[in-house]
Design a protein around this ligand. Structure first.
Ligand code: KG4
Length: 346
């Protein structure tokens, strides 16, 4: 369905979005699925740094503390009241079960009190919907979602019609960056630190394996094991030498993560005939990956969309955006019995 048909009403349709699938407590209000009126994210990075990762129980408890103040802040910023809104969209899958439950329970309470419809949004559909924010992009297009939990190539046939063309068989791209970063003492999450080193190094210095699967799936766990073994067998040294070796190691590792993504995208662009690629998820912040995507776009003559950084990582604006299209198309609007599911696919 064309976007114009969805947005021709004089009054904008405003959706409150709630996202608590992992460690960010995020709330946003979005008009007509594309214009963000207000947004706020309470990050748990400080907490995660203390433990070297996300501790599910602690993440849920922090969501519980933050959901009310973050929502109040967003409402205050827009000066809107509940009667101005058309629905409450909330992530109900996939993610950490306890974390999802906090956001979903909160959303249910809001809809019970206000009478607004409850719109359950799949987190991955949300990542794809980030491509609609501040653009007039319409399906069909090809989407790459690369984050700490996902590595997927999806044909977005329509706002609610997805065909997963490639998925990871084991670890996600961001996950293998974070694991190696932790091993190197570069903090958590360490994708950005690996990326920064990778840009300074020689990507051909080390020959890491790339899994070539006939099925079109990705597999990154063999690469991660090979890199860990290399680190155990080799000394990076100290001082300037360490910096140089670290840069070469990260560049070679990053190239081995990015190559299968680009190869699969090239094949899928050819097979689908789609002229647009939308990229989202936290790993799309990688300048190394963006450089390769740019080359892909130029050589295949497709249009490349990468949302603003704050909409690539977990956020609630993307959930509100997807919620808007679901509400308009009459799908994914639930009675009060919607449950949180840890591992649903698209
Ligand atoms: O989408 P996201 O915020 O959370 C989910 O996993 O859903 O993605 C987080 C992932 C982490 O693995 C993090 O290391 C990675 O995104 N990341 C990056 C960069 N910034 C964040 N990876 C590579 N380069 C970056 N600049």
């Amino acid at each position: 369905m064309a976007t114009k048909a969805l947005t021709n009403n004089k009054q904008p349709t405003m959706i409150l979005g709630i996202e608590t699938s992992c460690d960010d407590t995020a709330v946003a209000i979005v008009a007509d699925g594309r214009r963000v009126l207000a947004e706020h994210i309470a990050s748990q990075d400080e907490l995660n740094r203390l433990y070297g990762g996300v501790v599910p129980e602690l993440a849920s408890r922090r969501h519980l503390e933050m959901l009310v103040p973050v929502t109040e802040k967003v409402l205050r910023e827009t000066d809107l009241s509940w009667s101005d809104l058309s629905g409450v969209a909330v992530t109900y899958s996939p993610g950490l079960a306890g974390a999802l439950l906090t956001g979903l329970s909160f959303a249910k309470s809001l809809t019970l009190a206000t009478g607004l419809p409850l719109i359950g949004v799949n987190h991955l559909a949300g990542h794809i919907a980030a491509n609609y924010i501040d653009t007039d992009l319409e399906p069909p297009f090809l989407a790459l979602v690369v984050s700490g939990g996902n590595s997927q190539i999806v044909r977005v046939k329509d706002y609610l019609d997805f065909d997963i063309r490639a998925d990871t068989r084991d670890d996600a791209a961001g996950e293998v960056l974070d694991k190696i970063a932790r091993e190197l003492g570069l903090g958590f999450p360490g994708g950005a630190a690996i990326d920064a080193y990778a840009l300074k190094g020689d990507p051909t210095a080390l020959d890491f394996p790339r899994a070539r699967l006939d099925t079109g799936e990705f597999s990154f766990s063999g690469l991660k094991t090979a890199a860990l073994q290399w680190l155990r067998r080799n000394d990076l040294g100290t001082g300037e030498l360490r910096e140089r070796r670290l840069a070469d190691f990260c560049a070679s590792y990053m190239q081995a993560v990015v190559d299968p993504l680009i190869d699969n995208l090239r094949a899928e662009l050819g097979a689908s005939g789609y002229g647009t690629l939308g990229v989202s998820g936290g790993v799309s912040a990688s300048r190394f990956l963006r450089r390769e995507l740019q080359i892909l776009a130029e050589t295949t003559e497709i249009e490349l969309h990468i949302p603003a950084m704050r909409y690539c990582t977990d956020n609630a604006a993307m959930i509100a955006a997807q919620g808007y299209f679901q509400l308009k198309l009459g799908s994914g609007v639930y009675p009060g019995d919607l449950d949180a599911v840890a591992n649903l696919t698209l």
